[in-house]
Design a protein. Sequence first.
Length: 376
Amino acid sequence: MLRQFILSTWVITTAALAQPQLSPAPSDVPTIANYDVEELAEGFNQPWGLSFLPGGAMLVAERSGTIQLVSKDGKNRVALEGVPEAFVKSQAGFFEALPHPNFAANQWVYLSYAWGSNDENGLRVARAKLVGNALTDLEILFTVSPLKSGGAHYGGRMTFLPDGTLVFGTGEGYNYREHSQQLNSLMGKIIRINADGSIPADNPFVGRDDARAEIWSYGHRNPQGIVFDTNTNVLYVHEHGPKGGDEINVIEAALNYGWPAITYGTEYSGAQITPYTELDGMEQPMFYYVPSIAPAGFAQLQNSQFSAWDGDFLIAALAGKEVRHVDMENGQVVGQHRLLTEREARFRDVRQGPDGAIYVLTDSSEGSILRLTPAQ
């Protein structure tokens, strides 16, 4: 069972003592091209999330409200039937379709999407069974509260922990940033629920009248990448900053990650958000980016075709128009590289496939799946 003290003593100690690392400017990060690129499939409408089924077939969640089932070779696809209706506007829509770790036995696929109307909407997480080319037996597991207006900052990336619980990020709705610090709000949080939507008894705020029991951590802006390192039992999340201040955080139960009281970013106008980059009781990022790269997808390589990178992170970057390789050693960033800059494209998601190759989604109305393998 995952408990609040699951992270190793080493991680807890270094998280408390280590100073945050600032990324070099993009021009100072070397570009590498030690890979071959294959465009596996194209013509996706704002693809947002990529996942793999047993056997290598792919699920592509399109922000426009569709989930495409794509064959392993990319040559065939079909839009799934039975997909719940999403609220689609600006950043709102479908975000991810994630198979359960035991999908082969239970057929569950977990869905994250914006739900509601322009005046009242928010992140929803559901699950349904994938039978043939259709989703059936839909169950709503989570709806963010309170709802908001507009179409910005939903979070929505999900991952399963080894104990079978599901964790995911919620955005703070852009104009509702104060909710990140409010424990009676589900906005701007990392959420942990059981696979059936119930609340784990060991969540840190269970039993408190002034806090929502679904909350695992708080003080987040718009987390769009989440990875659990099974080798070290560490949960990592990256999140969009405003103008500057993108972060990679080591997530621990009950901790406050600071937004909007502390940040390394500014308003998009350049105006100050807060005079503080650190305050007592608030966690520092492991790593942060000024200027922003706009991190979207997030992956950690394990037993990949790029064996020298195993244990390292990959980040799909929107504003950066790159995939960023983050070289990790002993829980610290020791180097970075820029990939796919020659494409001059925005990148929305990055994953390691079952074959050990790297798969990337480009972010556009004619988006593609790219497959990267070591250069021959």
